[in-house]
Design a protein around this ligand. Structure first.
Ligand code: 13P
Ligand code: SF4
Length: 336
């Protein structure tokens, strides 16, 4: 039996997320579908979510696709199966809608590597630079930025700016270095990184490539330079997925969070996907933040309409400007 709303709220306040037992005999998929209709809710999910969540989502995408979807949905409630900065972006674009995140503790190491107070000081040291921030950052960092980008549009956005424009790129130093290299820029980089993409083992990947010479190595630009250097293709999660569908190769070594393999296998059941190994005892590489969301928490979240994403209106308005700029530029550049 589910508990009542007061108990749920109490647990939420106490523990920061809904951790209530769900009746195991209940058809949780059917219940989520029913609640979704009753509340006019939409479930947006990132590719790194567990397969069950991907299967019940109304839309699965990369950060750019998810931001676009959040901007255009006419649902009253957005249940965001992703991490905090993604749900926050949805709220920034939709102040009138209820935006929920199944587990409020689903943060992001990359976003955490860039605290707004320190970044403000860093920005003050470069007064003639504009700030381009990767969407994987807090609303506080977005509010200090001129343009937001994602891994789908970062290079095109940077390339569209005059060569003499001085730029600070935050928070991901690996994506920033990749754009510096491919665009011939010299952007000042904030020293942040994603714990999931930094832990790939070059040695193990090289050995895998030797064992599977026919396989294409595909990598997310959050990976470190030595991995990117040996990759056959580099792109956002959506771009990686598309590549596996369109490329003639029958096998792929995938250097990004392992959740994406679910879509890759569904879209190309005849192909082989090998998760690139991290530099630890595990065979594949999960994001501990993304994987905090579970189907049970998703159900509780939509049922009790908690935990909700809220933020001060002045921060929301300041953070919205660079996101709007990204969406406008992406339209002008023909990316969306
Ligand atoms: P994209 O889905 O935009 O490629 O981002 C990957 C990621 O690390 C999200 O946390
Ligand atoms: Fe953050 Fe990395 Fe997890 Fe994405 S995969 S949410 S960038 S820690």
């Amino acid at each position: 039996m589910d508990v009542n709303l007061d108990v749920a709220k109490e647990k939420l306040i106490e523990r920061g997320f809904l951790d209530i037992e769900v009746d195991p005999s209940m058809d949780i998929f059917a219940e989520i579908e029913r609640l979704k209709k009753e509340k006019n809710a939409i479930i947006l999910a990132h590719y790194y979510q567990e397969p069950d969540i991907q299967d019940i989502a109304d839309y699965i995408g990369d950060s750019l696709g998810l931001a676009q979807m959040a901007e255009k949905t006419d649902a009253d409630m957005i249940v965001f199966a992703g991490v905090h900065f993604m749900a926050e972006t949805a709220k920034i674009l939709n102040p009138g809608k209820k935006v929920l995140l199944p587990d409020l503790n689903a943060g992001c190491s990359l976003s955490d590597s860039c605290p707004p107070a320190l970044f403000k000081l860093f920005k003050e040291k470069h007064p003639d630079h504009i700030v381009i921030s990767y969407i994987n950052c807090s609303a506080g960092i977005k509010a200090l930025s001129d343009i937001i980008c994602t891994s789908s549009n970062a290079k095109a956005i940077v390339d569209s700016l005059p060569k003499e424009q001085k730029i600070i790129f935050a928070p991901d130093k690996n994506l920033g270095a990749y754009i510096n290299k491919t665009s011939g820029r010299n952007m000042v980089l904030w020293n942040g990184a994603c714990m999931v993409h930094e832990i790939f083992s070059l040695e193990k990947i090289t050995r895998l490539k030797e064992r599977h010479p026919e396989a294409k190595l595909i990598a997310h630009p959050e990976c470190e330079e030595p991995v990117l250097r040996i990759a056959d293709f580099i792109g956002s999660t959506t771009q990686l997925l598309k590549y596996t569908q369109e490329n003639d190769s029958k096998s792929f070594i995938v250097a990004t969070e392992a959740g994406i393999l679910h879509q890759m296998m569904q879209k190309s059941p005849d192909k082989i996907f090998i998760a690139a190994p991290p530099d630890n005892a595990c065979a594949c590489n999960d994001c501990p933040h993304m994987k905090l969301n579970t189907l049970e928490k998703l159900y509780l979240c939509i049922k009790y309409e908690l935990p909700e994403i809220l933020m001060p209106e002045d921060v929301r308005l300041a953070a919205k400007k660079p996101i709007d700029r990204m969406l406008e530029m992406s339209k002008q550049l023909g990316i969306i």
